[in-house]
Design a protein around this ligand. Sequence first.
Ligand SMILES: [Zn+2]
Length: 99
Amino acid sequence: MAGRKHSVFFVITAVLLCFALFGSFLFVAVNAAHDCTHNDDCTVCRMIDACIHSARFMIAAATALICALAVITAAAAVSRSETALRPTTLISLRTELRS
Ligand SMILES: [Zn+2]
Protein backbone atom coordinates (compact mmCIF):
# COMPACT_ATOMS: atom_id res chain seq x y z
CA MET A 1 0.00 0.00 0.00
CA ALA A 2 2.86 2.40 0.84
CA GLY A 3 4.51 1.63 -2.49
CA ARG A 4 1.32 2.56 -4.32
CA LYS A 5 1.13 5.89 -2.45
CA HIS A 6 4.74 6.62 -3.40
CA SER A 7 4.02 5.76 -7.02
CA VAL A 8 1.05 8.14 -7.10
CA PHE A 9 3.19 10.86 -5.51
CA PHE A 10 5.97 10.34 -8.05
CA VAL A 11 3.55 10.39 -10.98
CA ILE A 12 1.88 13.59 -9.76
CA THR A 13 5.29 15.21 -9.20
CA ALA A 14 6.47 14.16 -12.65
CA VAL A 15 3.31 15.52 -14.29
CA LEU A 16 3.67 18.85 -12.45
CA LEU A 17 7.35 19.12 -13.41
CA CYS A 18 6.56 18.33 -17.04
CA PHE A 19 3.76 20.90 -17.00
CA ALA A 20 6.07 23.57 -15.54
CA LEU A 21 8.85 22.74 -17.98
CA PHE A 22 6.49 22.71 -20.96
CA GLY A 23 4.90 25.98 -19.81
CA SER A 24 8.31 27.60 -19.53
CA PHE A 25 9.33 26.45 -22.99
CA LEU A 26 5.99 27.57 -24.42
CA PHE A 27 6.28 31.03 -22.86
CA VAL A 28 9.82 31.46 -24.18
CA ALA A 29 8.77 30.22 -27.63
CA VAL A 30 5.77 32.56 -27.80
CA ASN A 31 7.83 35.55 -26.68
CA ALA A 32 10.98 34.68 -28.63
CA ALA A 33 10.41 37.60 -31.00
CA HIS A 34 9.86 40.01 -28.13
CA ASP A 35 10.93 43.48 -29.21
CA CYS A 36 11.98 45.01 -25.94
CA THR A 37 11.38 48.72 -25.65
CA HIS A 38 12.03 48.91 -21.92
CA ASN A 39 15.64 48.50 -20.98
CA ASP A 40 15.72 47.10 -17.44
CA ASP A 41 12.11 47.27 -16.36
CA CYS A 42 10.57 44.76 -18.76
CA THR A 43 8.24 42.15 -17.31
CA VAL A 44 8.48 39.88 -20.36
CA CYS A 45 12.28 39.84 -20.28
CA ARG A 46 12.23 39.04 -16.54
CA MET A 47 9.74 36.22 -17.14
CA ILE A 48 11.87 34.81 -19.98
CA ASP A 49 14.94 34.87 -17.70
CA ALA A 50 12.95 33.18 -14.91
CA CYS A 51 11.72 30.49 -17.33
CA ILE A 52 15.24 29.82 -18.58
CA HIS A 53 16.59 29.58 -15.02
CA SER A 54 13.79 27.27 -13.91
CA ALA A 55 14.28 25.08 -16.98
CA ARG A 56 18.01 24.82 -16.26
CA PHE A 57 17.29 23.91 -12.64
CA MET A 58 14.72 21.26 -13.59
CA ILE A 59 17.03 19.73 -16.19
CA ALA A 60 19.88 19.59 -13.65
CA ALA A 61 17.56 18.08 -11.03
CA ALA A 62 16.24 15.51 -13.50
CA THR A 63 19.79 14.58 -14.50
CA ALA A 64 20.77 14.12 -10.86
CA LEU A 65 17.65 12.03 -10.23
CA ILE A 66 18.32 9.82 -13.25
CA CYS A 67 21.93 9.28 -12.13
CA ALA A 68 20.80 8.40 -8.60
CA LEU A 69 18.20 5.95 -9.94
CA ALA A 70 20.82 4.37 -12.20
CA VAL A 71 23.17 3.83 -9.25
CA ILE A 72 20.37 2.40 -7.10
CA THR A 73 19.23 0.09 -9.91
CA ALA A 74 22.78 -1.11 -10.55
CA ALA A 75 23.31 -1.78 -6.84
CA ALA A 76 20.04 -3.73 -6.66
CA ALA A 77 20.99 -5.75 -9.74
CA VAL A 78 24.39 -6.62 -8.28
CA SER A 79 22.80 -7.60 -4.97
CA ARG A 80 20.21 -9.74 -6.75
CA SER A 81 22.84 -11.47 -8.88
CA GLU A 82 24.97 -12.26 -5.81
CA THR A 83 21.95 -13.86 -4.18
CA ALA A 84 21.19 -15.87 -7.31
CA LEU A 85 24.76 -17.13 -7.60
CA ARG A 86 24.84 -18.51 -4.07
CA PRO A 87 24.54 -22.31 -4.22
CA THR A 88 21.42 -23.66 -2.62
CA THR A 89 21.46 -27.11 -1.15
CA LEU A 90 19.13 -28.80 1.26
CA ILE A 91 21.72 -28.44 4.00
CA SER A 92 22.19 -24.72 3.37
CA LEU A 93 18.40 -24.19 3.37
CA ARG A 94 18.13 -26.09 6.65
CA THR A 95 20.92 -23.98 8.10
CA GLU A 96 19.14 -20.77 7.01
CA LEU A 97 15.89 -21.93 8.55
CA ARG A 98 17.57 -22.64 11.89
CA SER A 99 19.28 -19.26 12.08
ZN1 LIG B 1 11.71 43.08 -22.80
